[in-house]
Design a protein around this ligand. Structure first.
Ligand code: NOJ
Length: 741
């Protein structure tokens, strides 16, 4: 009898061990038990239903088909269906009419705000302030969840080193360290510590992986890179997202070294589940499972389904190959029952973490209170001001006086509501957006005369509006000219082969500059642009990206000095598109560029240097760095040290500066970048105020992947560089040594 009892106990224990992933960082036995009970009752069709996600109508409505499928347990998730009433309607079908009462997971692209739109992610990264990123994500989450959306397809944490790629706008730019900081903050902001709270959503780290390295910057294109570059540059923001507890991943459209990301067991299973112990689920990108056929790795639909599921894609977005082909594949032993069950388990786990089983509905009275609240609007305005980058300010052209006699506001983007909220703007409405013209009008004194002239369109050849724009400038004391890209010129499927200002915009600025009036250029764009002429000729340039719902007010806050700009570029601005991909943390080569030696690594027709370097941005005040110190000049391979520097505001206004710490491993067993960001801190200082900023350098920051792909800290000399941009002419530098044991 005792033996039987003991065997039973052992069996139960063994079952529990199989069911709950061992070592899973966040496994909750209570949830896993409930999942087991559900899976035990599911038919194969119901299981496959959980693996299916379908698209709603563009306006947020669900499709009649969704109701029927949900009733039969054949649809686990939708995308784009939103609004408390609609999602509740559909949820009621799941909870009241389906056999197993598994709630639907409503997903949506909440990329930079749900209805209150924030500056685009690249702009937000320019704040170099993770607090800002966490705050905007938490507000976006609160609005989305109030509208029934429990899952966002964000953050996009793809590193992008090529400005031609339109989706550079959706990420944090070119650097893995900054990218990881932003990824962590965004995941925390979306998910909070309790995703079942009525103001949080599940985040999704995308696009797994290396999508940002699309060859020649052309969207969806092939990627070929070494494992070393993959692990050093492209993986860290994803790892940061996992460490922050991200619930889901999205597999990317691109292939990586010949294997499409949606069928890649190395990235989807070995790295993500094996090395990183990720226990959430992976959704494919839109129809990416079906696209395995065009990629040329699957001969037919069944093979595509088999490859994706077996590689580790749990949920299929929009294409329906799992549902169609997995039953036969199961019968022929080409996929295992355990693999299907595991995918279901991961999806149910996330539904449980979101609290959907216990609270499937959204309180319909909250939506109108939460969305576009005054508090949210103030937050987007403040966050936008922190994202602007002052690229040039000759003779202190900025800030402007609010009581100027007359100002001409010119340019195709000066009074455009649609472009102000950028691409991928969720449920944002252009009619909510404050344009630059409106923001300026509210800001200036009643006696200031504002003359507006569009001048030209963003694209196209017409110069018909030039004469009026020139007249407006002539009549005024100064001209503010808003130029750049329209919102749809960046984002998905919006790669550009030219980085110049499109259309006749440059000619427009030249015509205004020729009037002799002071010109301030306000840039709105989703990627670095080649603005050499502006940089040389125009006295002041403010980079504002696409600033969101309160954009016009935020830009006016900065132009007129209520806020001192302190943003820094998270991406390099090239002089010519031919320099792309251009990024600061490149390798040195055996022949680094030397102007006096032809046979060195450079171009014949353009400088090798950027127009504006990574980490660059000015302020209305000045700062000085001094007294760089190290806690020790020598450490052992496992050791750490601190470095610190003093920063002082030497100007006459309060302002923000970002102190940037870079290192260089001078000689290692594999080549190392000429510099790598390893710390940063944005501080606000009053005039005359000083502060000491301290950074810790740990083995995790000093190490790299060696030839055997082992992460290691090698003995040798390291340079430590601290400055206020990656090309700071006043960079402070010192060295330390990692000694042999
Ligand atoms: C395709 C995009 O690549 C992805 O980022 C997005 O989340 C999905 N479509 C869903 O809209």
């Amino acid at each position: 009898m005792k033996l039987v009892k003991a065997t039973c106990l052992l069996l139960i224990l063994a079952f529990a061990l199989i069911a709950v992933p061992v070592g899973s960082p966040r496994s909750q036995p209570g949830i896993e038990r409930r999942i087991n009970a559900i899976i035990a009752r599911m038919t194969l069709e119901e299981k496959l239903g959980q693996l299916q996600q379908l698209d709603g109508e563009a306006n947020g409505n669900y499709r009649p088909e969704h109701r029927d499928m949900i009733r039969k347990g054949l649809l686990g998730s939708t995308l784009n269906v939103r609004g408390a009433v609609r999602t509740n309607e559909l949820q009621r079908v799941a909870m009241n009419e389906s056999r197993l009462k598994i709630p639907v997971l409503f997903g949506f692209d909440v990329i930079h705000g749900y209805r209150t739109i924030f500056t685009v992610p690249l702009g937000e990264a320019s704040s170099w302030d993770p607090v800002v990123a966490e705050r905007s994500a938490s507000i976006a989450a609160a609005e989305a969840r109030a509208a029934g959306v429990a899952w966002t397809f964000a953050p996009m944490v793809d590193i992008a080193r090529d400005a031609r790629w339109g989706r550079i706008i959706e990420g944090a730019g070119e650097d893995p360290f900054l990218g990881a900081a932003m990824a962590r903050a965004r995941v925390r902001g979306f998910q909070g510590s309790e995703q079942s709270a009525p103001d949080r959503v599940m985040a999704c780290a995308k696009h797994w992986v290396a999508y940002g390295a699309a060859e020649s910057g052309r969207d969806y294109n092939t990627v070929d890179m070494s494992e070393n570059t993959l692990r050093t540059i492209y993986l860290p923001p994803f790892k940061a997202a996992v460490d922050a507890g991200v619930g889901t991943f999205m597999s990317a459209f691109n292939s990586l070294n010949g294997v499409p990301s949606t069928a890649n067991p190395f990235t989807l299973t070995k790295v993500l589940r094996g090395e990183w112990r990720f226990d959430g689920f992976v959704v494919s990108d839109y129809t990416a499972v079906e696209e395995l056929i065009k990629h040329g790795v699957a001969a037919d639909e069944a093979e595509a389904a088999r490859l994706a599921l077996n590689a580790g894609v749990d949920m299929e977005m929009v294409s329906r190959l799992y549902n169609k082909h997995l039953p036969a594949l199961l019968r022929s032993n080409k996929v295992a029952q355990a693999t299907i069950d595991e995918a279901v388990r991961r999806i149910l786990r996330i539904k449980f973490r979101l609290g959907l089983f216990d609270h499937p509905y959204t309180d319909e009275s909250r939506e109108s209170k939460v969305i576009m609240s005054q508090e949210n609007l103030s937050a987007t305005r403040e966050i936008a001001t922190r994202s602007f980058v002052l690229l040039k300010n000759a003779q202190e052209t900025l800030p402007l006086s609010k009581s100027a006699r007359s100002i001409a506001v010119i340019g195709p983007l000066a009074d455009d509501q649609q472009d102000m909220i950028g691409s991928w703007n969720g449920d944002g409405r252009s009619q909510d957006a404050v344009t630059l013209l409106a923001g300026i009008k509210t800001k200036v004194s009643q006696s200031t005369k504002i003359v507006y002239a569009k001048g030209c369109d963003v694209s196209g050849d017409s110069t018909e509006g030039f004469a009026e724009a020139v007249r407006a400038a002539r009549q005024s004391d100064l001209a503010i000219v808003a130029v750049g890209e329209s919102a749809d010129m960046s984002g998905e499927a919006s790669s550009r082969a030219s980085l110049d200002l499109p259309g006749r915009q440059l000619d427009l600025v030249k015509a205004i500059q020729a009037t002799g009036k002071p010109v301030v250029v306000v840039l709105m764009n989703g990627r670095p642009l080649t603005i050499n002429w502006l940089a040389e000729n125009v006295p002041a340039i403010l980079e504002t990206w696409f600033a969101g719902t309160e954009g016009g007010n935020a830009i006016a806050d900065v132009l007129f000095g209520d806020v001192n700009p302190g943003g820094k570029l998270p991406v390099t601005f090239p002089r010519s598109v031919g320099q792309e991909p251009l990024y600061y943390n490149h390798m040195n080569t055996g022949r680094p560029p030397d102007a006096n030696n032809k046979y060195t690594s450079k171009y014949l027709d353009v400088s090798w240097t950027p127009l504006f370097p990574f980490g660059f941005g000015l302020s209305y005040t000045q700062f000085r760095l001094s007294d760089l110190q190290l806690s020790t000049k020598r450490i052992l391979p496992g050791g750490e040290l601190t470095t610190s520097v003093e920063i002082e505001n030497t100007g006459r206004r309060a302002g923000d500066e970002t102190v940037e710490l870079y290192i260089r491993d001078v000689a290692a067993s594999v080549t190392r970048p000429v510099m790598e960001l390893k710390g940063f801190e944005r501080v606000t200082l009053q005039p005359g105020e000083r502060r000491r900023i301290t950074f810790k350098l740990t083995p995790a920051l000093l190490g790299f992947y060696n030839r055997e792909m082992r992460f290691t800290v090698e003995p040798g000399v390291f340079h430590v560089m601290i400055g206020t941009s990656s090309a700071d002419p006043n960079m402070l530098q010192t060295d330390f040594e990692v000694a042999e044991r």
